[in-house]
Design a binder for this molecule. Structure first.
Ligand SMILES: [Ca+2]
Ligand SMILES: [Ca+2]
Length: 115
């Protein structure tokens, strides 16, 4: 019992931390734009390490990535924006992190970077 409470508390803390980092305007909810911007920033950081020799197709790749990310965010909001106000509140975000693998990855990356 004690251990599981600690583990749950830790995940909740990490989710809150990730939420606060994505919520750039501190409105207490995540807009699609905020989520897309954060995913793009993470994708850029990954790119800098892994693909140093992709100059010619860079532009096409960036556009492809933006449309991939936008489609992903649309799907996430369709599924997890329960009250349909167009933004993710903390409880909706928490569910998204727990139930969506890709969002779990995002939360992991954000909290790793926060250290
Ligand atoms: Ca916001
Ligand atoms: Ca909502």
């Amino acid at each position: 019992m004690g251990l599981s409470v600690v583990a749950r508390g830790t995940l909740k803390e990490r989710i809150r931390l990730a939420f606060a980092m994505v919520d750039a305007d501190k409105s207490g909810a995540l807009s699609k734009g905020e989520v897309i911007k954060m995913l793009l920033r993470l994708a850029d950081a990954g790119e800098a390490l892994s693909c140093l020799n992709t100059k010619s197709s860079e532009r096409a790749e960036q556009e492809q990535r933006l449309s991939d990310i936008t489609a992903f965010v649309d799907r996430v909001f369709d599924r997890f924006d329960v009250n349909k106000d167009g933004e993710l509140q903390i409880d909706e975000f928490e569910r998204a992190v727990r139930e969506s693998e890709a969002f779990g990855e995002l939360e992991k990356k954000l909290t790793l970077r926060a250290k």
